[in-house]
Design a protein around this ligand. Sequence first.
Ligand code: AHG
Ligand code: MN
Ligand code: MN
Length: 346
Amino acid sequence: MAKQGVGITITQHILNQQRQKPEATGGFTTLLYELIVAAKVISREVNKAGLADILGATGIINIQDEQVQKLDVFSDKIIIERMQHIGQLCCMGSEEDADLIEIPSQYPKGNYIIVFDPLDGSSNIDVNVSIGTIFGIYKKKSDATDIDLLMDDVLQPGLNQVAAGYFIYGSSTMMVYTTGDGTGVHGFTLYPSVGEFLLSHENIRIPERGKTYSVNEGNHAYWDEKTLTLMDYFKATDKKSGRPYTSRYIGSLVADFHRNLLKGGIFMYPADNKDPKKPSGKLRLMVEANPLAMVVREAGGYASDGNGPILEIEPEELHQRVPLYIGSKEDVELAERFISGKGGKR
Ligand code: AHG
Ligand code: MN
Ligand code: MN
């Protein structure tokens, strides 16, 4: 019989997953549901870019030393406003905010923590190229309620995430998420006329090995010998190992990651000596690397800082940066061998 209606909605999917966990209270479902509403609002604004006065920079430099775009601020605000009242969170951490974000006293608090990059790829906003939102969710470990005492609860290794994922605002808007523990990575596409995310990519598996490498080659002059050797490896000709790899780089982590997740390949943002204040490269452990590392691991891939798993790093600060090698397992393991100095030659 032909399928009636619109298929499985994200809400239905989250509820189904919740029912498989008898200990689940529904709090987590509420949390994800509200985040989805925020993403729909961001998606709507992103789609208006060029029409409304939402393009361009605010003139403000954020905690990351980067120009803040108007849509960065908007997205940050929307997520905070939508998430703060639901009674499930004890605090939040955002790429755009120097300190932890407190839950206002008029709202109840809960045991979850959400960290997020409200708008990833902001340099691509003005030129109509895919951008995204990245999130990771943790459970609080202590009984602390005071915001000054909650930092230890937030600074957990990525392995402790109870869920992670991203929204990509591209040719269509998608949500990709996982709750770990073998539940898989699932992708949902926003059906604009219905206003719902519908299951479109069930149980995504990343190919063991890809043919694509993604890196900002413009940083060549700032890389060390090991990094240069690795990049040469991907570009060298060798029929047996399928080289040279092809190159794809958008400059929006979410978009580069999403392509490689579906098609296979490796995304890299190595350590470099461009800026002495950022020896670990540009990307952020808590709001970018960890959530995507959880997604890729659950899809059969791997994420490394060049020396070991991203997910095992004990964070020292909220805005900590980390070198990132992420994607197909064999490609990332190979990169790790080059960078760690344990094997790997041209
Ligand atoms: P954000 O817009 O959240 O600051 O992140 C931008 C990041 C990431 O999306 C992308 O992979 C990287 O910056 C690109 O950096 P380069 O321009 O240095 O290649
Ligand atoms: Mn980002
Ligand atoms: Mn951002």
